[in-house]
Design a protein around this ligand. Structure first.
Ligand SMILES: [Zn+2]
Length: 139
């Protein structure tokens, strides 16, 4: 069995935005500026495997992370996608809807993968984003 990078990685506190008993949110800054992920703590590969209390806690983290992204980027909403083709460990991609991001709706993420993938941003950029987003929590 292939080793899971999300189980192996000790998600650094430096890029973490929020955490609860079941999940963390972290600055990724990969596909687009502001790109974050909510990653569940236990190794599961589908939303259907979440226990009810886990679902509530994970979605609470998704909501709170989206809130700070929308404040920081003056975004009208946050796009969310679950894929898991490259890393099966369940995680939720969050991208604030920037002014520069047209209303692609359902096509948004596909377009991002085609054109904006592999930004290879630095750990310093991720840490800076996480720090800014942490400062917006509870506002
Ligand atoms: Zn895993």
């Amino acid at each position: 069995m292939k080793e899971c990078p999300f189980c192996r990685e000790n998600h650094g506190k430096s890029t973490m935005i929020l955490e609860n008993e079941y999940a963390i949110s972290t600055a990724v800054d990969y596909f687009r500026e502001g790109h974050c992920c909510v990653i569940i703590k236990k190794h599961k590969t589908s939303i259907s495997q979440l226990e009810p209390e886990e679902s509530i806690a994970v979605f609470d983290l998704i909501s709170k992370t989206s809130k700070v992204l929308e404040i920081k980027y003056k975004a009208t909403k946050t796009y969310m996608l679950v894929i898991g083709d490259q890393v099966e460990h369940l995680h939720f991609h969050l991208i604030p809807k920037h002014d520069t991001l047209c209303s692609m709706g359902i096509y948004c993420f596909g377009k991002l993968f085609e054109t904006e993938g592999e930004r290879h941003t630095s750990i310093e950029r991720k840490e800076k984003l996480a720090q800014e987003l942490r400062s917006l929590v509870k506002k």
